[in-house]
Ligand binder design. Structure first.
Ligand SMILES: Cc1cc2nc3c(=O)[nH]c(=O)nc-3n(C[C@H](O)[C@H](O)[C@H](O)COP(=O)(O)OP(=O)(O)OC[C@H]3O[C@@H](n4cnc5c(N)ncnc54)[C@H](O)[C@@H]3O)c2cc1C
Length: 589
């Protein structure tokens, strides 16, 4: 009998690592955006490779309750890029969650006001409440954003335990969790998604794996009741940003929701006197009715915000995501939670859960966010300089107003401001564009001209562009209109938010109906992958609301996260299969 030499299996070295497998148990501490999105993606990716997991989410907050007990304290803006990315991930925010679709930004300065409108004339920014609403609210027409995401995680199969985690230790290398109810058995992976407004970060530091919590600073948020009608008159569907020369104030914003306006202040050492000084400025007062004054009591808080990344947010069987790891500086924190959550889930499913796996698969995403935040600090440094220099404020106002009025030349300043405020582009991209010679030349020219009396003020108080209803994202089309025309060059794809469309192929003057598509489905995706023209015409069947996703954003993101294309490619492959079947049927007839 000849003995065959033993050939090492190519996957043998990997097997020495730590992996999730069928039946593995995962604990997620924190059911905010990071925890819920992590769970959503973990289940989705595990399903792709046929792996069944059990996930426990520990979350003591009840997001269906009003006031602090149900709220994760935030401005509640879901950024333009995140709304588009979530749509491509199959998460379309319903109008029961979106209190207001934001269609423009109004920049208020002591030298004037200017409204910045995107060229796409579509609502792609959502204003939401993280919980059920402010303290004192009796009945609300809207649901919590965080509850919506947590429900998606539950629908995927997660178990939500309404318990606060009080202790973490390891049992033979596997992390265990202690709550008031007792200690859990060991988990195969522990995910920290506890944000930065919690003592739980200490528990992770005390695990001795090298984790250090992120740097933070205090902010101020309050919720002011104005009523839907007053908000429509004075604020419209615009986010109002304030660049005022008030010491210690970085920037402030008024965010219109359904019946409430959320006021957010970011800066250093924000206290009662700074809040009062802000309320007393003419720029803020003109956003409210003349007889209005802040009520004696309203829902307010002073949460911490993440300003620097955590040290070593991973170890064997442990990863920290969202604010507990790294966020985006002063904007789009929920977008940061999405990116870190997805990167951690991808690493855990496809690479492993050892420290080395997270270093390879997760750390680069944290580093990219951190590097961009470094550039963000420079951007905010420049903003601070503008805030303090009247001629620069005038120059910025004049340049933006001129672009918004004429629309003849490329709106360089408007785009830079839009992307800075909305969080639609990385700070690095914004910074690069602000160094363009044409940008600098025009700013210099307008600054010089600003020495003359102000000639342009673009601020409008009413809701100037009434596309779509208040809490609806996207754009409405009606029968008789064409959303996509066969033969046109396409620069975006579309996700149907409500209603139905028909897809028509025109050939030799005849129309062939290829398909009818409804809620949650998409079309126009071929434009994202190739340079050619639209292959079909798409028309609404009655009123339809669609959200567009830019080719530029999609392609940029796909380089960071190729998995983003998976859902679209899966659908395209199904469509090809259906067409094949139909062709087969036609041949056999
Ligand atoms: C003033 C201000 C305004 C902001 N505005 C915006 C904005 O408009 N848009 C935007 O995108 N971002 C904004 N952010 C940032 C945004 O709030 C965060 O980036 C985002 O909430 C991070 O999500 P997360 O899931 O990591 O953490 P969190 O949202 O903080 O969620 C953490 C969860 O962990 C739970 N938890 C904590 N401790 C424990 C424990 N011991 N046991 C179990 N569970 C626990 C908490 O109950 C909570 O639900 C703002 C932040 C501040 C401070």
């Amino acid at each position: 009998m000849s003995s065959t030499p033993s050939i090492p299996s190519p996957i043998a070295p990997e097997k020495e690592g730590l992996f999730l497998d069928n039946g593995s148990r995962v604990a997620v501490i924190g059911g905010g955006p990071a925890g819920s999105l992590f769970t959503y993606f973990l289940f989705e990716m595990a399903e792709r490779i046929g792996m069944e997991l059990a996930v426990d989410i520990y979350e003591p907050r009840d997001f269906t309750k009003t006031g602090p007990i149900g709220c994760n304290m935030c401005g509640g803006i879901v950024s333009e890029s995140l709304v588009q990315l979530l749509a491509t991930e199959g998460i379309n925010l319903p109008s029961s969650v979106v209190q207001r679709g934001i269609d423009s930004y109004v920049l208020h300065m002591d030298v004037g006001t200017v409204r910045i409108e995107p060229t796409h004339r579509e609502k792609r920014i959502a204003a939401v409440h993280r919980g059920a609403g402010p303290r004192g609210l009796i009945a609300s027409r809207w649901h919590s954003f965080d509850a919506h995401l947590l429900n998606l995680a539950k629908e995927r199969g997660a178990q939500v335990l309404p318990e606060r985690v009080e202790g973490i230790d390891r049992d033979g290398g596997r992390p265990r969790i202690t709550t008031k109810k007792g200690t859990s058995p060991g988990y195969d992976l522990l995910v920290g998604a506890v944000g930065v407004n919690t003592g739980a970060l200490k528990l992770f530091e005390e695990m001795g794996a090298g984790y250090r919590a992120p740097g933070t600073t205090k902010t101020y948020i309050c919720e002011l009741f104005l009523g839907e009608k007053t908000i429509k008159t004075y604020l419209g569907n615009a986010m109002h940003m304030f660049l005022l020369n008030l010491p210690r104030l970085e920037f402030a914003a008024l965010i219109p929701k359904g019946d409430y306006v959320t006021m957010v202040m970011l800066g250093t050492g924000i206290d009662k006197s700074l809040v009062e000084a802000f309320f007393a400025t003419p720029e803020v007062l003109k956003c409210f009715p003349p007889d209005w004054s802040p009520p004696a009591d309203f829902c307010r808080c002073a949460p911490a915000i993440n300003i620097s990344a955590a040290a070593k947010p991973f170890a064997d069987r442990l990863v920290l995501i969202g604010d507990s790891g790294v966020s985006r500086l002063y904007k789009d924190g929920i977008g940061g939670a999405y990116r870190t959550a997805k990167a951690a889930a991808r690493t855990a499913v496809f690479e492993g859960v050892a420290e080395a796996d997270f270093r390879k698969g997760y750390l680069p995403v944290c580093r990219a966010l951190s590097t961009d935040n470094g550039i963000g600090k420079i951007v905010f440094g420049i903003t601070g300089l503008i805030q303090k220099t009247t001629v620069l404020r005038k120059g910025l106002l004049r340049m933006t107003a001129a672009e918004q009025e004429s629309r003849q030349w490329q709106p360089r300043m408007s785009d830079v401001l839009w992307d800075t405020f909305t969080g639609s582009a990385p700070y690095g991209d914004v910074f690069r564009r602000s160094l363009h010679p044409v940008f600098l030349g025009r700013l210099l020219y307008e600054t010089a001209m600003g020495m003359l009396p102000a000639r342009r003020e673009g601020g409008k108080k009413e809701d100037k562009v009434p596309f779509g209803k208040m809490g609806e994202l996207g754009k409405i089309y009606n029968s008789g209109e064409i959303i996509v025309r066969q033969g046109d060059v396409g620069e975006c794809m579309y996700f149907i938010q409500s209603g139905k469309v028909e897809v028509i192929r025109e050939s030799d003057g005849k129309e062939v109906k290829l398909a009818e598509l409804g809620h949650g489905e998409f079309f126009g995706e071929m434009a994202l992958f190739e340079k050619g023209v639209r292959s079909a015409t798409v028309r609404p069947l009655g009123e339809v609301r669609v959200l567009s996703v830019d080719k530029r954003l999609f392609l940029r993101k796909i380089h960071e996260d190729p998995a983003l294309a998976f859902r679209i490619m899966q659908k395209m492959s199904r469509r090809i299969r259906d067409l094949d079947k139909e062709l087969g049927n036609l041949r056999s007839e």
